[in-house]
Design a protein around this ligand. Sequence first.
Ligand SMILES: [Zn+2]
Length: 182
Amino acid sequence: MTDTPSPHSAHTPPSGSPTPPGADPTREQMIRHLRRSGVIAERAVQFGHHPFGAILVAPDHETILIEQGNVDTVNHAESVLARTAAASFSEDYLWGCTLYTNVEPCCMCAGTVYWANIGRLVYGAEEKDLLAATGSHDENPTMSLPCRTVFDHSQKAVKVFGPFAELQKEIAQMQQAFWATR
Ligand SMILES: [Zn+2]
């Protein structure tokens, strides 16, 4: 036997990769902040955008630093938030912060979270659930690529939490109600 990994084996960040500091948020904190990201998603709709919202929470797992709704097809809530965060805070500080988003980030957003050095990511519903609501809709031809796949091919152990069963129904209802009218 050899311990050389098969080229087809699952990827993970190399052992010894940096992990975010401190304790993880509690489940109560995660649900509460995810619900806030849902409020931001509803606000984005009121402004004429798609129903996606993200917030950035400080290392104390309580202080909301940034709130960002969807802008357009190439300016998703999480990507815009991560770029704003990278321009506003140090990499070291962001490694202790958590990004919350109502729907699992696409690979573009997961990549931007990674490059911004945000240490934790919490999402409500899975991308594949969004795909069920949008299909190949011209405005949102949703991809189907779990964000963990992106992080598993990286050099840092970003911690990912989601989906949350207690939120999936309300998130699915918001998405279905929105996309059915487009
Ligand atoms: Zn995205």
